[in-house]
Design a protein around this ligand. Structure first.
Ligand SMILES: [Zn+2]
Length: 353
């Protein structure tokens, strides 16, 4: 992955170092295993490990007996080796987390945002949250950067938010530049649903390869993981699942069309019929499963967190899981932190190949 102005990767000097660091994170615990997995010589692996230990990213601790030969030294990722901030700009709240190198949250805060908030309000609130967390928790040279998840349409490549849905006044906002200039840190900006899928992929590990994180908040969207990679599409616009048509003569939608999943779902929520609302989502999710052949569906967002049982059973009823077509439907374990955590992990992820 490359960014025209991304995170400073001074922590990791070569591609092979990031490969080895990623394998240690995923559980490869000895130099012998690392040499087998990478095809590098034992000497090369030892050199890389020495560099990662000196950089404070990997530690040696304990040994494992392997029968013949001397016990093998075990390697682990050092949690405090690097940190990143993750930010969720929601429609009424700014949520900020600080995560360590393992992706675990070590500090969190949230600030209410009043209706019609401007980019300047977000930058001010973010600066305040970051400085209070940074002072108390982490040294600046261990800080990799800031990841921000926000509603699209936006361009992931340059961090410009074009016309964030539901955020009036947000037109062609160079959010990455604004925040980077204010904080003096590298910044990445991505769609809220994309970083949500980053967070689930980090938590679930390599077996989580073809998946959708369905986000049901003020709007409805989906983050897509296809063949192990976040799918952003040609213009960072993929995953506008809420604005696919489910009813040709359906209700008007905020996007200007009619009968979108989001609009039909909203009407049913407003009528107080939650099972019927969940059923709309279930039908639409099954279309997604058919279209993309995904094996995991993770439900998330405020509406789901308020009534997880209703959404789980509504979606599971429409997404049958057979022996030959297993589809796991679950609710995110990261709760309201999901987007902020994923945004931080987007930044940390650049250290790992
Ligand atoms: Zn729509």
């Amino acid at each position: 992955m490359s960014y025209d102005r991304g995170v400073d990767l001074g922590f990791v000097r070569s591609y092979n170092e990031s490969v080895v660091l990623g394998l240690v994170r995923d559980g490869a615990a000895t130099r012998v295993e690392l040499a087998e997995l990478t095809g590098l010589t034992p000497q090369a692996v030892s050199k890389i490990i020495a560099r990662l230990v000196a950089a404070g990213l990997v530690a040696e601790g304990g040994t494992r007996n392997v029968g013949v030969g001397k016990p093998r030294t075990l390697l682990t990722v050092v949690p405090g080796g690097a940190h990143a901030f993750g930010v969720h700009v929601d429609r009424d709240e700014l949520r900020v987390v600080l995560t360590d190198l393992t992706g675990a949250v070590v500090h969190r805060s949230s600030t209410p945002l009043s209706a019609g908030f401007t980019p300047a309000v977000v930058v001010d609130a973010l600066a305040a949250a970051v400085s209070s967390a940074a002072v108390s928790s982490v040294s600046v040279e261990r800080l990799l950067g800031v990841g921000i998840g926000i509603a699209g349409p936006l361009d992931f490549r340059d961090g410009v938010v074009h016309d964030a849905t539901g955020l009036p006044g947000w037109h062609d906002v160079p959010l990455r530049e604004l925040v980077s200039a204010r904080l003096g840190l590298p910044v990445l900006v991505d769609k809220d649903t994309n970083v949500a899928v980053v967070a689930e992929a980090w938590r679930r590990g390599p077996e989580f390869r073809d998946a959708a994180v369905v986000y049901v908040g003020t709007g409805v969207g989906a983050g897509l993981l296809l063949d192990g990679t976040v799918h952003r599409g040609a213009r960072s616009g993929a995953g506008e699942f809420g604005h696919t048509t489910i009813q040709l003569d359906g209700p008007a939608c905020a996007c200007g069309r009619t009968g979108c999943v989001e609009a039909v779902h909203r009407v049913r929520v407003e009528s107080g019929d939650l099972p019927a609302a969940a059923d709309v989502l279930g039908v639409a999710v099954m279309d997604l499963v058919r279209l993309l052949d995904i094996s995991h569906v993770v439900l998330s967002g405020r509406s789901v967190l308020d009534a997880p049982g209703a959404y789980l059973s509504g979606v599971r009823a429409r997404v049958p899981s057979s022996e030959w077509l297993p589809v796991e439907v679950s609710v995110t374990a990261l709760g309201a932190d999901l987007v902020a955590v994923g945004a931080a992990q987007l930044v940390l992820g650049q250290l790992f190949a």
